[in-house]
Design a binder for this molecule. Structure first.
Ligand code: PSU
Ligand code: MN
Length: 302
């Protein structure tokens, strides 16, 4: 690969020394939360990683340059910029050639993390199969089949069809680990009733699985699913009523393609009086902490 990657010096040094680094995505900043709440969320996630002793590497495309590790000014710029392209696999070449600003999705962030050798990535919830639209499948699921990065998340977003999403991940060969849980978390709430492949309770157990995965040279990613902290959980029954309403609104307004997920998250937040945001922020910070502990355990093994 011969495009120029802009890696922040502190992160470059850490990667060369095999130190713990956690990749972070940027679509949740530009499309997941409104300004200016998004800046605070982005900073707090980075701080959560640092407080655990690892280095955060937020990934984005700035004026066509793939950037690993944003300065605080760059973070603020991205959070308030207009017309940021939501970048999944298919968007990279366009954003780079056109010197655009781009926010990387889970898929986009996995791609860059693999390029620079960051094995652990923290986010909120991955994309998946949309309800009532089984052919609308997030590019995140495809990326999880082809890019070996461990994604720490609270499962797939609750606006999705979780049983179908799980089926697709199974078919595509993506191991699903439950971190201190026996079932797949449902993003805003802790349980979905759906099974996972293995429950683990400690960061080093996850690190051992990531290490084994690296040895096998299997190409798939790994999902590490972590339930939202209990005190901020938005109970499933309550959340589903709001999600159903938001889904009906999206249908009525003919929202399609990459606009669907940002629309639904925004609408759920409006309808819930920010109840959903509380859970979303809480799970993001928690996932960042867990990812940092896993990255540190991996650093010890290497
Ligand atoms: N997690 C959050 N908020 C978000 C996202 C994840 O808490 O906004 C983003 C991720 O970047 C994910 C994207 O990749 O939503 C999914 O979009 P789509 O369904 O269009 O693939
Ligand atoms: Mn889609």
């Amino acid at each position: 690969m011969s495009i120029k990657l802009n890696i922040q010096p502190e992160i470059k040094a850490a990667l060369e020394q095999g130190k713990a680094v956690v990749a972070l995505e940027s679509t949740l900043i530009t499309h997941g939360f409104p300004f200016p709440a998004n800046i605070k969320v982005a900073r707090d996630i980075e701080k959560a990683v640092r407080d655990e002793g690892a280095l955060p590497a937020t990934i984005a495309i700035l004026k066509g340059e793939v950037t690993v590790g944003l300065t605080d000014e760059q973070l603020e710029y991205l959070a308030s910029a207009k017309n940021v392209r939501k970048c999944s696999r298919r968007d990279f070449s366009i954003a780079i050639a056109r010197k655009e600003d781009g926010a990387t999705t889970v898929a986009g962030t996995m791609i860059v993390a693999a390029w620079v050798g960051i094995p652990v990535f923290a986010t909120g919830g991955i994309g998946g199969v949309h309800r009532g639209h089984p052919f609308d499948e997030s590019a995140d699921l495809m990326e999880l089949t082809r890019t070996p990065v461990a994604v720490v998340c609270a499962g797939a977003k609750a606006i999705l069809d979780l049983p179908l999403t799980l089926e697709v991940l199974e078919t595509r060969g993506v191991p699903i680990i439950g971190y201190q849980t026996d079932e797949l978390p449902a993003f805003y709430s802790r349980s979905s009733g759906l099974p996972i492949d293995l429950r683990v309770n400690q960061p080093h157990e996850v690190a051992e699985i990531i290490y084994a995965h690296q040895q096998t040279e299997l190409t798939s990613g790994i999902l590490i699913t972590v339930p939202v902290p209990i005190e901020d959980e938005w109970p499933t029954a309550e959340a589903q009523l709001v999600i159903d309403q938001a889904l009906a609104n999206a249908e009525a307004q003919h929202i399609i393609g990459k606009a669907v997920t940002p629309y639904l998250l925004g609408r759920v937040s409006e309808l819930s009086g920010a109840r959903s945001q509380r859970a979303n922020i809480s799970l993001l910070l928690n996932n960042a902490r867990v990812a940092a502990r896993i990255a540190l355990a991996l650093e010890k093994m290497n």
